[in-house]
Design a protein around this ligand. Structure first.
Ligand code: PAF
Length: 275
């Protein structure tokens, strides 16, 4: 695996890559990321990944400073999984001047769910992903469904800017007890880790009820929020939405998804289940 710390180095290597599948990451890699790499390897001639902890997508008081930097271990995992090129810039390469041009995602994303809970988050994600796409010039890019709204937001950005990139949605990878794998799970204490699968369980309960014909979404959501609060969580939202638009379910909704985000101690977890 070649490690590129500069844009020029990556661009030179890109010329010889042929069809390229790309896995953007912030490092601290787990099996969910490695599943994205395997999917990339099955989909294209060459796999590239990036590791860059993007300051722009973290709000004031969020975990940018304590976000785990585990570069050596990450490289070993990416190498073993078949990544040929790793783009690993530092901030002086990605943001040599303060980034004054940004991508503003649609208000529907910015003002709802994760966007509403984390002011500026999607603007930071869209800006860095567009920049990474412009550097890496992938044919395909893999995004996990665990960050469901991020996946839809990036897909919409690619469509709206007519970028010649196919966004490939990849299934969430879960621990045996159902907890969605996340770089932030490492923040959980042992008792919190034992409690953490509850988020997935309350979402699964809603998914089951909706599959059996229940349509009182607000009641289901309120019950789920209450169950989380009683177990000591501070939920941001639990919401049933149209799986394609993330609007509230309507007559035209063919598929639904239930999404939730909640804080357990100092750790914010999010998950979703397609219905
Ligand atoms: O999902 C992530 O890890 C990040 O949001 C991404 C897409 C790498 C952009 O920094």
């Amino acid at each position: 695996m070649q490690i590129h710390e500069t844009i020029e180095s990556f661009r030179t290597a890109r010329a010889g890559c042929g069809q390229l599948a790309f896995v953007p990451t912030m490092g601290n890699l787990h099996d969910g990321h490695i599943a994205l790499v395997h999917r990339a390897a099955a989909s294209a001639e060459t796999v590239a990944a990036s590791i860059f902890v993007n300051r722009l997508q973290f709000g004031a008081g969020e975990d940018f400073d304590r976000y785990p930097r585990t570069f050596e271990g990450d490289c070993a995992k990416l190498r073993a999984a078949g990544v040929a090129h790793l783009f690993a810039p530092d901030e002086s390469v990605m943001y040599p001047q303060p980034q004054t041009y940004h991508v503003d995602p649609a208000p529907g994303h910015v003002n709802d769910l994760e966007g509403a809970a984390r002011a500026g988050h999607f603007r930071g994600v869209a800006t860095v992903v567009l920049k990474l796409f412009s550097i890496v010039r992938p044919d395909l890019a893999m995004f996990g469904k665990k960050d469901y709204q991020q996946l839809l937001m990036i897909s919409a950005m690619v469509r709206q800017f007519a970028l010649p990139i196919r966004i490939v949605p990849c299934e969430t990878v879960r621990a045996p007890d159902g907890l969605a794998l996340s770089s932030r799970n490492g923040y959980l204490s042992a008792p919190e880790r034992a409690e953490a699968p509850r988020l997935q369980r309350v979402l699964a309960q809603i998914a089951r009820a909706v599959r059996s014909g229940e349509r009182r979404f607000a009641t289901l959501e309120t019950q789920a929020l209450e169950a989380l609060r009683q177990a000591g969580w501070a939920p941001d939202y639990v919401s049933v939405r149209d799986a394609q638009t993330l609007s509230p379910p309507g007559a035209g909704s063919h598929r639904l998804v239930v999404l939730g985000a909640a804080r357990l101690g100092h750790t914010r977890l999010l998950d979703n289940i397609e219905i």
